[in-house]
Design a protein around this ligand. Structure first.
Ligand SMILES: CC(C)(COP(=O)(O)OP(=O)(O)OC[C@H]1O[C@@H](n2cnc3c(N)ncnc32)[C@H](O)[C@@H]1OP(=O)(O)O)[C@@H](O)C(=O)NCCC(=O)NCCS
Length: 243
């Protein structure tokens, strides 16, 4: 299979949690950017019928996940038409009513937090890292995972965790970024037609070959946050130049 090559540098967007903003901006519960992310994810995850739950009987792609409004979202877009190429959700654990990691492995999760003496507000739960199939294996997933690590650092999170599928080697992709499995248990999730493992990462312990990329993603995100702070009335999307 030939590796696709992007001829442009896709834009990186940061979206803030909707719930945190709603009191001041009265944003609708599903702004347009979130509808677009949800239908993009559903189309990719539906995967030609492999996961039927992501498509309705009348053919719409739907992934109305309840964690979305509590989370940060990072998005890469094609510059000319603005189509989403890839996205990832990063949720502060204390905002989640029902963490995916906790619901699968409550005991292992609490042992981990207790042992490391960290609380929910030290943890970022990553999920729904999804790349447009045409552009998989062209570095977009890497760029978002690096940006997720940078975001975790800026938010002062000591741990990132999430559930990763195994059937297509996704867990090996995450391992390249220093993520390690929490135990050896695999969980079968029929709705995803997959088995998942829980993987964790320490944002302050970035593999040395990624330090430069994480530092530059951090600088981009910092300027993005600065814009949000100085301009609360701005729209919820801030575009920042990619590296
Ligand atoms: C898994 C996924 C996010 C990877 O993103 P991507 O943009 O294709 O990955 P990249 O091009 O950044 O790859 C980075 C490295 O990981 C490797 N890699 C990527 N996908 C892999 C996989 N499925 N299995 C093993 N290695 C993989 C690449 O070969 C590359 O290795 P290299 O650095 O040695 O060249 C993407 O394939 C995807 O969206 N899959 C469908 C949705 C999904 O399963 N998401 C994960 C939820 S658990």
């Amino acid at each position: 299979m030939s590796i696709p090559h992007l001829s442009y540098n896709p834009k990186l967007e940061l979206h803030l949690p909707v719930k945190a903003r709603s009191a001041t901006t009265q944003e609708p519960s599903e702004p347009d950017w979130l509808s677009n992310i949800r239908s993009f994810r559903a189309r990719v995850l539906w995967s030609r019928g492999r996961r039927p739950a992501f498509r309705t009987a009348d053919g719409r792609f739907v992934d109305a996940d309840t964690h979305d409004t509590s989370a940060y979202h990072l998005v890469l877009r094609e510059p000319a038409r603005g189509d989403i190429l890839a996205c990832v959700r990063c949720a502060p654990l204390e905002r989640l009513r029902s963490s995916r990691v906790r619901s699968l492995a409550p005991e292992a999760a609490s042992q981990l937090l207790r042992g490391a003496e960290i609380s929910d507000s030290d943890v970022l739960e990553g999920a729904r890292l999804v790349v447009e199939p045409t552009w998989q294996r062209s570095g977009l997933g890497s760029r978002l995972l690096v940006a997720e690590t940078a975001l975790a650092q800026l938010l002062g999170r000591r741990l990132v965790w999430g559930t990763m599928g195994c059937r297509q080697g996704q867990d090996r992709f995450f391992a390249k970024f220093g993520r390690t499995p929490l135990g050896e248990q695999r969980f079968t999730l029929p709705q995803y037609d997959d088995e998942v493992v829980i993987m964790i990462g320490r944002p302050e312990q970035v593999p040395s070959h990624l330090e430069g990329a994480v530092a530059s993603a951090r600088a981009e995100l910092r300027s993005c946050f600065d814009k949000h702070v100085t301009s609360l009335a701005q729209p919820s999307t801030t575009e920042i130049t990619g590296h």
